[in-house]
Design a binder for this molecule. Structure first.
Ligand code: SF4
Length: 322
């Protein structure tokens, strides 16, 4: 675990940290609780920050569609308060002072924190919502300012594939933050070397472009190189690592030891790759197989690849048991 830095994660305060929900409740969140030894959480409750007490009357998002376009507001129907400007001002001021974070876990469905999961109404009094894919005002400000910030809600975090993607992103970014802080080109080159297969799994073309940036043929200052590299890193990690590109990564990695496998092991490899094509849940098993071969054949290059273990193994084990 010591090899992994602690990612800094912004989290909605009601997810296990404070009874700050409108009804005075806190949401038990064992999955995010289990991250505590491995990450540094920064908590925020935008509704409390703008002075709404606990408990408080519910608030909602209203979308009015007129001739001049759409108007989105945040209101408290019971009091008639329009909180749009107050929330927007708080969000802007909060983000102006924001420290670098590696990711965010926000509460789903909230008119403040929800991301593409919040009910949107046509008026303060309407019973039925227009749709349930709205984004809360705080989340909107956050993602507007940081479009490539890894972000999940607590429901997405409960999905093992989405959780794996999120944790892969935040640990990769936290490690990069440390490298960028070192100011050393040697560390950036090493970072790229260790992350090659991970980046290849997301997008091989971008991985190659990032290699060119790190090669630094124009001898630019470290800060400029790190800035360009970070931009590519954030963009590439915000995509999806598909099954096809994972197969390419495994085929590439197998090239380091396949001539030393016996016929039974080669058949096993082929069988596992075939099964993985049909069931992406077998990714972990396949990675385990490759780690065991990398250890047996002492392939240092593969052993240092973050792709096979992008975040602490102990954390994976703990999350599986929650
Ligand atoms: S969802 Fe956001 S605003 Fe609502 S209680 Fe939780 S932290 Fe506060």
């Amino acid at each position: 675990m010591s090899a992994y830095p602690r990612p800094i994660i912004l989290i909605s305060k009601c997810l296990g940290f404070s009874s700050c929900r409108y009804d005075g409740q806190v949401i038990a969140s064992p999955l995010t609780d289990s991250l505590k030894p491995y990450v540094e959480f920064i908590t925020v409750c935008p509704e409390c920050e703008i002075g709404l007490g606990v408990p408080r009357k519910p608030i909602r998002i209203i979308l009015e569609i007129g001739e001049s376009g759409e108007k989105k507001t945040l209101v408290q129907p019971a009091t008639g308060l329009d909180l749009t400007e107050t929330m927007d001002d708080f969000t802007a001021a909060y983000l102006d002072k924001f420290v670098t974070v590696d990711g965010a876990i926000l509460k789903s469905k909230s008119p403040s924190c929800g991301f593409k999961s919040t009910k949107v109404f046509s008026s303060a009094g309407s019973r039925d919502c227009l749709h349930r894919q709205g984004t809360g005002l705080f989340a909107e400000g956050l993602t507007g300012r940081y479009p490539y910030l890894p972000l999940v809600d607590e429901k997405q975090f409960a999905d093992s594939a989405m959780r794996d993607h999120f944790l892969t992103q935040v640990f990769a970014l936290a490690t990069f933050r440390k490298v960028a802080g070192s100011g050393k080109m040697r560390e950036l080159v090493e970072y790229h070397t260790c992350n090659k297969l991970l980046l290849m799994a997301y997008d091989k073309g971008t991985m190659v472009r990032m290699g060119d940036i790190v090669a630094n043929h124009r001898k630019r200052p470290f800060e400029k190189v790190a800035e360009d590299y970070e931009q590519c890193l954030r963009e590439v990690l915000s995509g999806q690592a598909g099954v096809g590109s994972a197969i390419n990564v495994f085929m590439h990695a197998a090239g380091y030891f396949s001539d030393r496998l016996d016929s039974g092991e080669r058949a096993l490899l082929e069988d596992r790759l075939q099964k993985y094509r049909k069931d992406s849940a077998l990714l972990g098993e396949l990675k385990g197989l490759f780690i065991s071969w990398a250890v047996r054949f002492n392939v240092e290059y593969l052993l240092q690849q973050t792709y096979f273990c992008p975040y602490p193994e102990e954390l994976s084990g703990t999350l599986r048991q929650v």
